[in-house]
Structure formats: C-alpha cells, structure tokens
Ligand binder design. Structure first.
Ligand code: VGL
Ligand code: ZN
Length: 198
C-alpha cells in the first residue's frame, strides 16, 4: 500500500515568533523534511484566513484571545489573528521543503467558518475536497505530522479515520498548543477514532 504524508499547517505564524506560536513548532521542520523521501505522496495543508475571519478575537469586540464563543455550528475558540491571506505569517516555514508536495490544501478561507480539519470546515458540512483527492488516487494509508497536535492535526486525523482511511499520527513530528488539557483530550479522541499514535 502506498503511503501518504500529510503535513499540517507548518506555517510561520504557528512557529516561535509567529502570531499563534506553538512551543517548539520550528523543531519539527527538519524531521519532517527528512521523512518526506519515505512517502510516495506528500500533501501540505495551509491555514488561510481572511482578515475579517470569525475565529479571530480581534473581530469580536471585547473578547480575549483563547476565550470561547458560540458559533452557529457550536463552540469556537477565539484565536489571535493568524495566517492571514497574503501575509508572511501565512507562508510555510522557510525551511520546509515544499518541492515534494503533490498538493496543497488551503482551509479556513470562508470568513464565517473556522476549519481545523483538512477534510471539513468546522460546520462539518463543507468539505475541502481532500478526501476525494486521496480516494481518486487510491491513497488510503495516511501519516499526519505538523501543527498543532491538539487542533488541526488531531481533527484531521479523526476525520480521516471516520472516513475510512488508515491513519497514523507521528507524534514526535507534532507540537501542541495545549489549551486547558486539549493535548490529552486530543489523544483520547484520536485513540477512540482508531488513529494509531506512534
Ligand atoms: C490551528 C488554531 C487555529 C492549527 C489553526 O493549525 O492547529 N489552530 N487555526
Ligand atoms: Zn486558523
């Protein structure tokens, strides 16, 4: 079975110095580059938000970053503005080897809906097209790495497992935001969904 590496959101804003920095986020760039030759296919995802995005605390007067709000589709963490389309922070980490990427999936570009998963927006109705891309190419064995472990990586991995893919998360090549125990919660959700954590 051919193996597909899905590199989640390895972007400037999620690395130290960025606007939603994940501790140690830059440490995983070299290991991810080094594992690319072991895979037949490499897919990159890119968090890609308009400046008026509903997930930004700045767009909710009086709201603190990292507080919770209610969206039509359920609870939503309000983040510092990050990965704004056209800004440096939305670019891939400069050392990430993007040459091997077969496809780049952008997500979160609809102002009213956040998108953690590489497969669906957070409303769970709007697909990104990634599942169809993988299925048409008969890519069933997926390995996830990148940022952040407890949001975009875990949501993507859980969705992939529910969609019937074989899913592994290579935890050494991830880093977590760890907001109110979100890292352990994400690990439990992934295990419950049948995701292999290695
Ligand atoms: C992410 C929060 C907001 C992620 C993206 O890549 O994990 N987290 N947007
Ligand atoms: Zn985002």
């Amino acid at each position: 079975m051919t193996r597909t590496l899905i590199v989640v959101d390895m972007q400037v804003d999620f690395c130290p110095g960025g606007r939603l920095a994940v501790a140690g986020g830059d440490e995983i760039v070299a290991p991810i580059n080094a594992m690319m030759p072991d895979f037949d296919t490499v897919v990159l995802t890119q968090d890609w938000h308009p400046a008026n995005h509903a997930s930004f605390a700045d767009n909710h007067p009086g709201a603190e970053p990292f507080s919770l709000t209610q969206m039509e589709y359920g609870p939503q963490v309000l983040w510092p503005a990050h990965c704004v389309i056209g800004t440096q922070g939305a670019e891939f980490h400069p050392d990430l080897d993007t040459r091997r990427a077969d496809a780049i999936i952008r997500k979160g570009f609809r102002a009213d809906i956040d998108s953690y998963s590489a497969f669906y927006e957070n409303d769970y109705k709007t697909p990104t097209g990634l599942a169809a891309y993988l299925r048409e190419r008969h890519l069933e064995d997926l390995y996830f790495v990148g940022l952040a472990h407890d949001f975009c990586v875990s949501w993507s991995a859980v969705d992939a497992a529910r969609l019937g893919f074989s899913v592994t998360v290579i935890e050494d090549a991830t880093r977590a935001i760890d907001l109110n125990g979100s890292r352990e919660a994400a690990r439990n959700n992934m295990r419950d969904a049948g995701v292999q954590l290695v």
